[in-house]
Ligand binder design. Structure first.
Ligand code: HEM
Length: 300
């Protein structure tokens, strides 16, 4: 087995909390990272894209992806069009690797995603260390990250490849409550809700009403860019076709309605699903401890 979390050179909870704190403070300090300020959304996407290459049907550790090897640092995986914009997040975290020379890229990127979610008001995410940097030969093939132009069948099939249920996949996409699309990265444009640096169930309350001409509903944006939706109220929010898929499929829609009605239900589903995502394709020995970090607020 190749992708086994190491127990031998992991560090104490206190040291990982220190790394957590450094990342959290850096996010706070560098509040001109993006249009909405915070680097948080980019870091959540970095964590997810480092892990989301996993393919449970592929038994070859050289090609089956996941966050273990930190292989997005190499040009093929880093240069996959789906990863446009993430070099900025990787550079943002670079000083941490200099300071904590024992930290692997995979541990740093996944931990940064956890920091960002918790500091932006999201649920506590259990996290385990032990990923090791792997060589270039372990880069996942390009094209393993999802296509935003697709519908419900594609979304379900995509997340089945990562071993997720309907509830888990709907919850995970709820991370689109954060951040925005950048024309320069994906070709799409705009944020999903009005508080893109707050982790809440805003994505679901916006999405819930679906396409139509009514209050709070969505229409296709008229523009030269790729097909995306725009809200009738402000014409300033966006949904991807793959987001809209979640209200087109009746099974997905029921879950969207549940998460729109209850942020607690969303958080309860999201937290373990995000941990599972970050651990995709990694074997953790049973002695591995799950760490739960305190936010900066909780420590002050
Ligand atoms: C951003 C697609 C699932 C978290 C984006 C962007 C696209 C996209 C096109 C815009 C990138 C840019 O232009 O900067 C998709 C598709 C998904 C999916 C097609 C699945 C069907 C997820 C999941 C998560 C996530 C599972 C995390 C759990 C984010 C975040 C951003 C983002 C936080 C904002 C990044 C920023 O503001 O820089 N996604 N995504 N996405 N995605 Fe997803």
């Amino acid at each position: 087995k190749v992708k086994v979390a190491t127990l031998s050179d992991i560090h104490s909870f206190k040291e990982y909390q220190q790394v957590y704190n450094d990342i959290a403070k850096k996010i706070e300090d560098e509040d001109d990272f993006d249009v909405d300020g915070s680097a948080g959304p980019n870091l959540v996407r970095l964590a997810w894209h480092s892990a989301g290459t996993y393919d449970k049907y592929d038994k070859n550790p050289h090609t089956n992806g996941g966050s273990y090897g930190g292989t997005m640092r190499f040009s093929k995986e880093g240069g996959d069009g789906a990863n446009n914009g993430l070099a900025k997040g990787r550079e943002f975290l670079e000083p941490l690797l200099k300071k904590y020379t024992w930290l692997s890229h995979g541990d740093l990127w996944t931990l940064a995603g956890v920091v960002a979610i918790q500091e932006m008001g999201g649920p506590k995410i259990k996290w385990r260390p032990g990923r090791k940097d792997l060589s270039e030969e372990y880069q996942a093939p390009n094209g393993k990250l999802p296509d935003a132009a697709q519908g419900p069948d594609y979304v379900r099939k995509f997340f089945n490849r990562l071993d997720f249920t309907d509830r888990e996949m709907v919850a995970l996409i709820g991370a689109h409550t954060l951040g925005r699309c950048h024309v320069t990265s994906s070709g799409y444009d705009g944020p999903w809700d009005f508080a893109p640096t707050m982790f809440d169930n805003g994505f679901f309350t916006q999405l819930q009403k679906g396409v139509g001409s009514g209050e709070g509903q969505w229409h296709l944006r008229k523009w030269d860019g790729p097909e995306q939706y725009e809200d009738n109220n402000s014409n300033s929010l966006m949904m991807l076709p793959a987001d809209m898929a979640l209200v087109q499929d009746p099974k997905f829609k029921k879950i969207v309605d549940e998460f729109a009605a209850s942020q607690e239900a969303f958080f309860n589903e999201f937290a373990p699903a995000f941990q599972k995502l970050l651990e995709s394709g990694i074997h953790f020995p049973k002695e591995s401890k799950e760490l739960v970090f305190r936010t900066l607020d909780e420590q002050s």
